[in-house]
Design a protein around this ligand. Structure first.
Ligand code: FES
Ligand code: FES
Length: 168
């Protein structure tokens, strides 16, 4: 057993857990934060993505013990009170989901991508940003639209993306 202690969505959590406890297990089972999903358990699908010390990580690949002293934000901690984060709003506006299973991980990965103000919002850049997140049902078109929608809301002066066929 090992004692872990860190902040989750601004609240201190301290527990004795088995050494092998994954961060995603800790979040779901000890904290009741079931918005962080497990789709594969093998670092492929991204459904378990959370923010750890400012960076998006796959929480099925991190031991809870490795997080001691750190800060974790899950999808439940992204909104400010009643105000959803622009990425969450964008998923609603653009209908960027169907079953919603991948959505929390997508939202967390996109939040990380946009926080640094991307230089470009072309398809290749967005595809690269999302290459660690798999959606099995939307076809991605509306998810990509949601990325741009959120980006323009967060950075109103960003040049608008012009699809290649319109620019030609
Ligand atoms: S559950 Fe972590 S990447 Fe799939
Ligand atoms: S919305 Fe169903 S897996 Fe992405």
């Amino acid at each position: 057993m090992v004692r872990v202690e860190f902040q989750v969505n601004g609240e201190r959590r301290a527990e004795e857990v088995e050494d092998r406890t994954l961060l995603v297990e800790f979040l779901r089972q000890k904290c009741g934060l079931t918005g962080t999903h497990v789709g594969c358990d093998t670092t492929q699908c991204g459904a378990c993505t959370v923010n750890l010390n400012g960076t998006a990580v796959k929480s099925c690949t991190v031991l809870a013990a490795q997080v001691s002293g750190g800060e974790v934000t899950t999808v439940e901690g992204l909104a400010s009170g009643d105000a959803l984060h622009p990425v969450q709003e964008a998923f609603i506006q653009c209908h960027g989901l169907q079953c919603g299973f991948c959505t929390p991980g997508m939202v967390m990965a996109i939040e990380y991508f946009l926080r640094e103000r991307p230089a470009s919002l072309d398809d290749d850049t967005i595809h690269t940003a999302l290459e660690g997140n798999i959606c099995r049902c939307t076809g991605y078109v509306n998810i990509i639209e949601a990325v741009r929608h959120a980006a323009y809301r967060m950075y109103p002066d960003l040049p608008k993306h012009v699809p290649a066929k319109e620019a030609a």
